[in-house]
Design a protein around this ligand. Structure first.
Ligand SMILES: [Zn+2]
Length: 143
């Protein structure tokens, strides 16, 4: 399991910028609290080969899935707490629930440092959820 800011890293597919090249649909894990994003270690080698190739070709954009088949990598996301499978809001809610549960434990243990950390995490997570819902509303309205 990979953790960042105390929250579990989520598996997803994302766009990763490497110098001037944008690589789409890269298997990544990201932190729902600070949005730190990492290319999954399992495909790091393939990713590097692809960006080298794209840079040699001066391609501004490439699609990871055009070059690497991930169908035969069923354990790709094993290191992540969960995957968002395109349902970012649901995952945020789950992470909020987890943080709330931990908050109860921290209270029982009378661990005020931990409680402060969890409070900060909860604030970030609910901000992300609000921002996400707002963005969704806007895109639905304009659609
Ligand atoms: Zn983080």
């Amino acid at each position: 399991m990979s953790f960042c800011c105390g929250a579990g890293m989520l598996g997803s597919f994302g766009t990763v910028r490497h110098y001037k090249t944008l690589v789409h649909n890269v298997p990544v894990m990201y932190c729902p609290v600070c949005n730190r994003l990492e290319v999954l270690p399992a495909i790091e080698g393939e990713f590097e080969i692809l960006v080298e190739y794209a840079q040699g070709d001066n391609a501004p954009e490439v699609d990871f899935r055009d070059f690497v088949s991930i169908d035969n990598m069923p354990h790709l996301f094993d290191n992540c707490t969960m995957t968002d499978e395109g349902n970012y809001a649901e995952v945020l809610k789950q992470q909020i629930d987890i943080a709330l549960d931990l908050m109860g434990v921290a209270k029982d243990l009378d661990d005020s440092d931990w409680r402060d950390q969890l409070k900060a995490r909860l604030t970030k997570l609910s901000q992300r959820l609000r921002q996400y819902n707002k963005r969704k509303e806007i895109s639905q309205r304009s659609a």
